[in-house]
Design a protein around this ligand. Structure first.
Ligand code: PEP
Length: 243
C-alpha cells in the first residue's frame, strides 16, 4: 500500500481546527504530521491514520529549553517522525550531523523515521547526476552509524523532496523523481541499510499530479504539504486513491 504523508507544517491555528482536519484525513494508509502541541490529542483521536511528529531533539532529557524528546513523542502515542525536512535545514540551521543524531535517537526510541533529502535548484540546474551526488552525500552523512540498528532499521523511510519543488507549485517530473527514488534504493542497498527501503516523493503534489507519482514503480508514496490543508484538494486526492 502506498504511503500518503500529510505535513501540516505550522498549521492550523487551533486544536479544534486540527481535530477537524484529522476527521477529514483519518484514513488507512495516511500519516498525519501535526504541530507538536496537537500531537497527543491527535494521536488519541486518530482511528485509521497514523500520527507523526514534525521534529524531535536527540537527547532524552536535560537542560534543552524548548525541545521535545523521542520518548516524549512516543509516550504521546505517536509512531512516526519527520527528520531533515528542508525547512528545518534552512530556517533552523539543521546540519547533516544534527539530523544524524536525531535519526539515531528516533530509531533508538522505536519511532519510525521519514528522512527528507533533496537538492536545491542550483544543483538540479547542473543536471540529474549532480542532484544524485548531492542526495548521496546527504544519505551518507544523515545515516552514519545506522548499521548499529539492525532490528529497527526497517523503520526508516526516505522522502525525496527537491527543495525547488516544495511549496512552489512546480513539482518534479514524475519520471525524474522515479529515477531518483531508484537511485536512493540502489545507494541504500549497497550499504548496511534496510532491504527495499520505501522512498516517497514530496514537492507540490496535488490532485492533478498525484496519480503520475503513484504509478506502479519506484515511488512508494507521497509527502504532501500545502495541499494537506485544503479540503477540496484532499477530497479529490482521496477520491483518486480510493481511500
Ligand atoms: C512538504 O512540506 O514536505 C511539501 C512537500 O510541501 P508542498 O506539498 O507544499 O510542496
Amino acid at each position: 500500500m502506498k504511503i500518503i504523508a500529510l505535513n501540516w507544517k505550522l498549521n492550523p491555528e487551533t486544536e479544534k481546527e486540527a481535530l477537524s482536519l484529522l476527521g477529514f484525513s483519518d484514513r488507512k494508509g495516511v500519516l498525519v504530521f501535526p504541530p507538536s502541541i496537537f500531537l497527543a490529542e491527535i494521536a488519541r483521536k486518530a482511528k485509521r491514520a497514523e500520527v507523526g511528529a514534525q521534529n524531535i531533539f536527540w537527547e532524552e532529557g536535560g537542560a534543552f529549553t524548548g525541545e521535545i524528546s523521542p520518548s516524549m513523542v512516543k509516550d504521546a502515542g505517536v509512531q512516526w517522525v519527520l527528520i531533515g525536512h528542508s525547512e528545518r535545514r534552512r530556517y533552523f540551521d539543521e546540519t547533516d550531523e544534527m539530523i544524524n543524531k536525531k535519526i539515531l535517537a528516533a530509531l533508538h526510541a522505536d519511532l519510525r523515521v521519514i528522512l527528507c533529502v533533496g537538492e536545491p535548484l542550483e544543483v538540479r540546474k547542473k543536471g540529474v547526476s549532480s542532484a544524485k551526488k548531492f542526495v548521496a552525500y546527504q544519505l551518507e552523512n544523515d545515516l552514519r552509524g545506522i548499521k548499529n540498528f539492525k532490528l529497527k532499521i526497517k523503520n526508516l523511510v526516505v522522502a525525496y523532496e527537491p527543495i525547488w519543488a516544495i511549496g512552489t507549485g512546480k513539482a518534479d517530473k514524475p519520471a525524474e523523481s522515479a529515477e531518483m527514488a531508484k537511485f536512493i534504493k540502489e545507494t541504500l542497498s549497497s550499504k548496511p541499510y534496510p532491504p527495499n527501503p520505501k522512498v516517497l516523493y514530496g514537492g507540490s503534489v496535488n490532485a492533478k499530479n498525484i496519480a503520475a507519482f503513484l504509478r506502479p514503480g519506484e515511488i512508494d508514496g507521497v509527502l504532501i504539504g500545502g495541499a494537506s490543508l485544503k479540503r477540496e484538494e484532499l477530497k479529490r486526492i482521496f477520491g483518486i486513491l480510493k481511500i
